[in-house]
Ligand binder design. Structure first.
Ligand code: MN
Length: 316
Protein backbone atom coordinates (compact mmCIF):
# COMPACT_ATOMS: atom_id res chain seq x y z
CA UNK A 1 0.00 0.00 0.00
CA UNK A 2 0.97 3.60 -0.19
CA UNK A 3 1.26 6.26 2.44
CA UNK A 4 -1.30 8.81 1.27
CA UNK A 5 -0.44 11.39 3.92
CA UNK A 6 1.27 14.44 2.51
CA UNK A 7 2.76 15.23 5.86
CA UNK A 8 6.02 13.79 7.09
CA UNK A 9 6.43 12.77 10.67
CA UNK A 10 8.29 15.66 12.21
CA UNK A 11 7.26 15.17 15.80
CA UNK A 12 9.72 14.49 18.62
CA UNK A 13 8.71 11.30 20.38
CA UNK A 14 9.42 10.28 23.95
CA UNK A 15 11.91 7.45 24.18
CA UNK A 16 10.08 4.70 26.01
CA UNK A 17 12.53 1.99 24.94
CA UNK A 18 14.74 0.00 27.26
CA UNK A 19 12.17 -1.30 29.75
CA UNK A 20 8.99 -3.32 29.69
CA UNK A 21 5.86 -1.22 29.47
CA UNK A 22 2.32 -1.48 28.14
CA UNK A 23 0.97 1.56 26.33
CA UNK A 24 -1.78 2.01 23.76
CA UNK A 25 -0.32 3.67 20.66
CA UNK A 26 -2.63 6.42 19.37
CA UNK A 27 -3.84 5.40 15.92
CA UNK A 28 -5.30 7.30 13.01
CA UNK A 29 -8.31 6.09 11.01
CA UNK A 30 -8.30 6.87 7.32
CA UNK A 31 -9.63 5.73 3.97
CA UNK A 32 -7.38 4.63 1.12
CA UNK A 33 -8.39 5.24 -2.48
CA UNK A 34 -12.02 4.64 -3.31
CA UNK A 35 -13.10 3.47 0.13
CA UNK A 36 -10.76 1.04 1.86
CA UNK A 37 -10.90 1.85 5.59
CA UNK A 38 -7.58 1.52 7.41
CA UNK A 39 -6.25 2.13 10.89
CA UNK A 40 -2.75 3.60 10.69
CA UNK A 41 -0.95 2.41 13.81
CA UNK A 42 2.60 3.38 12.83
CA UNK A 43 4.07 5.87 12.57
CA UNK A 44 2.13 7.74 15.24
CA UNK A 45 2.88 10.83 17.27
CA UNK A 46 3.74 8.74 20.29
CA UNK A 47 5.56 5.91 18.58
CA UNK A 48 7.57 5.96 15.36
CA UNK A 49 9.18 2.53 15.50
CA UNK A 50 8.85 -0.82 17.22
CA UNK A 51 12.24 -2.45 16.64
CA UNK A 52 12.76 -2.02 12.87
CA UNK A 53 8.97 -1.91 12.14
CA UNK A 54 8.26 1.62 10.92
CA UNK A 55 4.76 1.50 9.40
CA UNK A 56 1.63 -0.49 10.14
CA UNK A 57 -1.76 -0.28 8.47
CA UNK A 58 -4.63 -2.43 9.73
CA UNK A 59 -6.79 -2.86 6.58
CA UNK A 60 -10.52 -3.23 7.23
CA UNK A 61 -12.34 -5.33 8.22
CA UNK A 62 -14.67 -4.29 5.45
CA UNK A 63 -16.61 -5.77 2.58
CA UNK A 64 -15.72 -4.94 -1.02
CA UNK A 65 -18.03 -5.12 -3.98
CA UNK A 66 -16.75 -5.86 -7.48
CA UNK A 67 -17.49 -2.26 -8.52
CA UNK A 68 -15.41 -0.69 -5.70
CA UNK A 69 -12.11 -2.56 -5.86
CA UNK A 70 -8.87 -1.73 -4.08
CA UNK A 71 -6.76 0.18 -6.60
CA UNK A 72 -3.50 1.65 -5.29
CA UNK A 73 -1.65 2.88 -8.36
CA UNK A 74 2.02 2.46 -9.16
CA UNK A 75 4.18 3.98 -6.43
CA UNK A 76 7.79 3.57 -5.36
CA UNK A 77 9.52 2.40 -2.20
CA UNK A 78 13.10 2.57 -0.94
CA UNK A 79 14.97 1.41 2.16
CA UNK A 80 12.28 -0.95 3.47
CA UNK A 81 10.51 -4.29 3.14
CA UNK A 82 6.71 -4.48 2.86
CA UNK A 83 4.97 -7.36 4.64
CA UNK A 84 1.41 -8.07 3.50
CA UNK A 85 -0.65 -10.52 5.56
CA UNK A 86 -4.38 -11.04 5.09
CA UNK A 87 -7.03 -12.52 7.38
CA UNK A 88 -9.79 -12.36 4.75
CA UNK A 89 -9.97 -11.42 1.08
CA UNK A 90 -7.31 -11.17 -1.60
CA UNK A 91 -4.96 -8.60 -3.18
CA UNK A 92 -3.11 -8.59 -6.47
CA UNK A 93 0.46 -7.27 -6.34
CA UNK A 94 2.29 -6.20 -9.50
CA UNK A 95 5.83 -4.83 -9.44
CA UNK A 96 8.64 -3.47 -11.56
CA UNK A 97 10.53 -6.77 -11.33
CA UNK A 98 7.69 -8.33 -13.33
CA UNK A 99 5.98 -10.20 -10.49
CA UNK A 100 2.19 -10.50 -10.53
CA UNK A 101 1.02 -12.28 -7.41
CA UNK A 102 -2.36 -12.75 -5.78
CA UNK A 103 -2.11 -13.04 -2.00
CA UNK A 104 -4.72 -14.82 0.11
CA UNK A 105 -5.03 -15.51 3.84
CA UNK A 106 -2.20 -17.60 5.29
CA UNK A 107 0.27 -16.40 2.67
CA UNK A 108 3.00 -13.79 2.91
CA UNK A 109 3.94 -11.23 0.29
CA UNK A 110 7.36 -9.81 1.15
CA UNK A 111 8.71 -7.06 -1.07
CA UNK A 112 12.24 -5.81 -0.49
CA UNK A 113 12.50 -2.30 -1.89
CA UNK A 114 16.20 -1.76 -1.17
CA UNK A 115 17.62 0.79 -3.62
CA UNK A 116 14.26 1.18 -5.38
CA UNK A 117 11.20 -0.64 -6.67
CA UNK A 118 7.69 0.32 -7.68
CA UNK A 119 4.45 -1.63 -7.45
CA UNK A 120 0.66 -1.47 -7.60
CA UNK A 121 -1.88 -3.17 -5.33
CA UNK A 122 -5.36 -4.02 -6.54
CA UNK A 123 -8.26 -6.30 -5.90
CA UNK A 124 -8.03 -9.35 -8.18
CA UNK A 125 -10.38 -8.93 -11.19
CA UNK A 126 -14.01 -9.39 -10.16
CA UNK A 127 -13.19 -9.77 -6.46
CA UNK A 128 -15.98 -9.14 -3.98
CA UNK A 129 -16.33 -10.08 -0.34
CA UNK A 130 -14.75 -9.48 3.06
CA UNK A 131 -11.35 -7.80 3.24
CA UNK A 132 -9.22 -7.74 6.38
CA UNK A 133 -5.47 -7.71 6.81
CA UNK A 134 -2.28 -5.96 7.72
CA UNK A 135 0.48 -4.25 5.86
CA UNK A 136 3.72 -3.51 7.65
CA UNK A 137 6.97 -1.95 6.60
CA UNK A 138 10.31 -3.02 8.05
CA UNK A 139 13.12 -0.45 7.84
CA UNK A 140 16.31 -1.91 6.42
CA UNK A 141 19.51 -1.48 8.42
CA UNK A 142 21.87 1.08 6.86
CA UNK A 143 24.24 -1.50 5.39
CA UNK A 144 21.33 -3.09 3.46
CA UNK A 145 19.39 0.07 2.62
CA UNK A 146 20.53 -0.08 -1.03
CA UNK A 147 20.20 -3.83 -1.43
CA UNK A 148 18.94 -5.27 -4.72
CA UNK A 149 15.12 -5.15 -4.85
CA UNK A 150 13.31 -8.48 -4.53
CA UNK A 151 9.87 -10.00 -4.15
CA UNK A 152 8.89 -13.30 -2.51
CA UNK A 153 5.58 -15.07 -1.94
CA UNK A 154 5.57 -17.61 0.91
CA UNK A 155 2.87 -20.22 1.41
CA UNK A 156 4.72 -22.56 3.80
CA UNK A 157 5.38 -20.70 7.04
CA UNK A 158 6.14 -22.20 10.47
CA UNK A 159 2.83 -22.98 12.15
CA UNK A 160 2.26 -24.68 15.49
CA UNK A 161 -0.26 -25.17 18.25
CA UNK A 162 0.63 -24.21 21.80
CA UNK A 163 -1.60 -23.99 24.87
CA UNK A 164 -4.73 -24.03 22.71
CA UNK A 165 -3.51 -21.31 20.35
CA UNK A 166 -2.44 -21.40 16.71
CA UNK A 167 0.81 -19.56 16.04
CA UNK A 168 2.05 -18.70 12.53
CA UNK A 169 5.51 -17.21 12.28
CA UNK A 170 5.22 -14.80 9.36
CA UNK A 171 8.71 -13.27 9.54
CA UNK A 172 11.73 -13.53 11.81
CA UNK A 173 12.20 -15.82 14.80
CA UNK A 174 10.07 -17.00 17.73
CA UNK A 175 10.21 -19.86 20.22
CA UNK A 176 13.07 -21.64 18.41
CA UNK A 177 11.45 -21.36 14.98
CA UNK A 178 12.60 -19.31 11.99
CA UNK A 179 10.49 -18.02 9.09
CA UNK A 180 11.96 -18.75 5.64
CA UNK A 181 11.24 -15.15 4.60
CA UNK A 182 14.46 -13.16 4.14
CA UNK A 183 14.85 -10.28 6.57
CA UNK A 184 17.88 -8.16 7.37
CA UNK A 185 17.89 -7.72 11.16
CA UNK A 186 16.69 -9.76 14.18
CA UNK A 187 12.91 -9.40 14.42
CA UNK A 188 9.59 -11.15 14.87
CA UNK A 189 6.15 -10.95 13.25
CA UNK A 190 3.79 -13.72 14.41
CA UNK A 191 0.04 -14.21 14.02
CA UNK A 192 -1.54 -15.76 17.12
CA UNK A 193 -5.12 -17.01 17.04
CA UNK A 194 -7.29 -18.53 19.74
CA UNK A 195 -10.42 -20.32 18.62
CA UNK A 196 -11.53 -21.22 22.11
CA UNK A 197 -9.41 -18.84 24.15
CA UNK A 198 -6.48 -19.60 26.41
CA UNK A 199 -3.22 -18.42 27.88
CA UNK A 200 0.12 -18.71 26.12
CA UNK A 201 3.63 -17.96 27.34
CA UNK A 202 6.23 -17.30 24.64
CA UNK A 203 9.96 -16.79 25.17
CA UNK A 204 11.14 -13.53 23.58
CA UNK A 205 14.63 -12.02 23.32
CA UNK A 206 15.12 -9.31 25.95
CA UNK A 207 16.83 -7.22 23.28
CA UNK A 208 13.60 -7.04 21.24
CA UNK A 209 11.27 -4.07 21.40
CA UNK A 210 7.76 -5.54 21.12
CA UNK A 211 4.27 -4.53 20.11
CA UNK A 212 0.93 -6.28 19.97
CA UNK A 213 -1.68 -5.48 17.32
CA UNK A 214 -5.19 -6.67 18.23
CA UNK A 215 -6.91 -7.80 15.03
CA UNK A 216 -9.97 -9.62 16.41
CA UNK A 217 -11.47 -9.92 19.85
CA UNK A 218 -9.61 -9.09 23.04
CA UNK A 219 -6.27 -9.97 24.60
CA UNK A 220 -5.09 -9.67 28.18
CA UNK A 221 -1.50 -8.82 29.13
CA UNK A 222 -0.42 -8.29 32.73
CA UNK A 223 -3.95 -7.67 33.94
CA UNK A 224 -4.91 -5.25 31.15
CA UNK A 225 -7.69 -5.95 28.65
CA UNK A 226 -6.52 -4.97 25.17
CA UNK A 227 -9.07 -3.87 22.58
CA UNK A 228 -9.54 -4.79 18.94
CA UNK A 229 -8.30 -2.20 16.46
CA UNK A 230 -5.52 -1.04 18.79
CA UNK A 231 -1.74 -1.37 18.80
CA UNK A 232 0.03 -1.69 22.14
CA UNK A 233 3.69 -0.92 22.76
CA UNK A 234 5.29 -3.42 25.15
CA UNK A 235 8.75 -1.86 25.41
CA UNK A 236 11.90 -3.91 25.73
CA UNK A 237 13.56 -6.20 28.25
CA UNK A 238 11.02 -9.02 28.62
CA UNK A 239 12.34 -12.58 28.47
CA UNK A 240 8.88 -13.99 28.04
CA UNK A 241 5.42 -12.74 27.23
CA UNK A 242 2.27 -14.23 28.70
CA UNK A 243 -0.78 -13.58 26.62
CA UNK A 244 -4.40 -14.49 27.29
CA UNK A 245 -6.79 -14.42 24.35
CA UNK A 246 -10.57 -14.46 24.58
CA UNK A 247 -12.39 -16.94 22.30
CA UNK A 248 -12.16 -15.98 18.63
CA UNK A 249 -9.36 -13.46 19.22
CA UNK A 250 -6.42 -12.92 16.93
CA UNK A 251 -3.31 -10.77 17.50
CA UNK A 252 -0.02 -10.02 15.78
CA UNK A 253 3.12 -9.95 17.89
CA UNK A 254 5.73 -7.77 16.24
CA UNK A 255 9.08 -6.33 17.17
CA UNK A 256 12.80 -6.78 17.00
CA UNK A 257 16.13 -5.27 17.88
CA UNK A 258 16.08 -1.51 17.46
CA UNK A 259 18.19 -0.27 14.54
CA UNK A 260 21.10 1.76 15.84
CA UNK A 261 20.67 4.48 13.24
CA UNK A 262 18.21 7.22 12.36
CA UNK A 263 15.15 5.92 10.47
CA UNK A 264 13.57 8.72 8.45
CA UNK A 265 10.30 8.26 6.60
CA UNK A 266 8.85 10.44 3.86
CA UNK A 267 5.79 9.19 1.96
CA UNK A 268 6.81 5.71 0.73
CA UNK A 269 10.53 6.18 1.23
CA UNK A 270 12.68 5.15 4.19
CA UNK A 271 16.29 6.25 4.57
CA UNK A 272 18.88 6.97 7.22
CA UNK A 273 19.37 10.60 6.20
CA UNK A 274 17.30 13.31 4.57
CA UNK A 275 19.50 13.59 1.48
CA UNK A 276 18.53 10.01 0.57
CA UNK A 277 14.82 10.86 0.85
CA UNK A 278 15.24 14.05 -1.18
CA UNK A 279 17.03 12.03 -3.88
CA UNK A 280 14.26 9.39 -3.89
CA UNK A 281 11.58 12.09 -4.34
CA UNK A 282 13.63 13.67 -7.17
CA UNK A 283 14.09 10.29 -8.85
CA UNK A 284 10.35 9.51 -8.64
CA UNK A 285 9.57 12.99 -10.03
CA UNK A 286 11.73 11.97 -13.02
CA UNK A 287 10.13 8.54 -13.40
CA UNK A 288 10.20 6.35 -15.44
CA UNK A 289 13.85 5.52 -14.92
CA UNK A 290 16.22 2.68 -14.13
CA UNK A 291 16.07 3.23 -10.38
CA UNK A 292 12.41 2.33 -9.98
CA UNK A 293 11.63 0.48 -13.22
CA UNK A 294 8.04 0.23 -14.46
CA UNK A 295 4.98 -1.87 -13.61
CA UNK A 296 4.13 -2.78 -17.18
CA UNK A 297 1.14 -4.91 -16.12
CA UNK A 298 -0.67 -2.04 -14.34
CA UNK A 299 -2.92 0.13 -16.50
CA UNK A 300 -3.85 2.99 -14.11
CA UNK A 301 -2.14 6.21 -13.15
CA UNK A 302 0.99 6.34 -10.98
CA UNK A 303 0.93 8.18 -7.63
CA UNK A 304 2.86 11.41 -7.19
CA UNK A 305 5.30 12.00 -4.34
CA UNK A 306 4.48 14.88 -2.01
CA UNK A 307 7.11 17.62 -2.07
CA UNK A 308 9.72 17.38 0.65
CA UNK A 309 10.46 20.92 1.76
CA UNK A 310 14.25 21.20 2.24
CA UNK A 311 13.56 23.66 5.10
CA UNK A 312 11.83 20.91 7.07
CA UNK A 313 14.25 18.63 8.89
CA UNK A 314 12.82 15.15 9.35
CA UNK A 315 13.50 13.50 12.69
CA UNK A 316 14.67 9.93 12.90
MN1 MN B 1 3.31 0.06 -1.42
Amino acid sequence: MSNLNDNGDVVECPNLAGRPTLEAVPSHRSVLGSGLPIIRHLPSRRQRLIGPWCFLDHIGPTSLSADSPVDVGTHPHTGLQTVTWLFEGALLHKDSLGYEQVIEPGQLNLMTAGHGICHSEESPPGFSGPMHGLQFWIALPGEHEDTTPAFAHHTDLPHWEKDGMSVTLVVGELDGRHSPAKVFSPLVGADIEAHEGGTLTLPVPASFELGLCINQGHAHVEGNRLDVGELYYLGQGREQLTLTLEPGSRVMLLGGEPLHQPVLLWWNFVGRDQARLEQAVADWDNWPNNRFGEVTAYQGKPLKAPRLDPQVRLKG
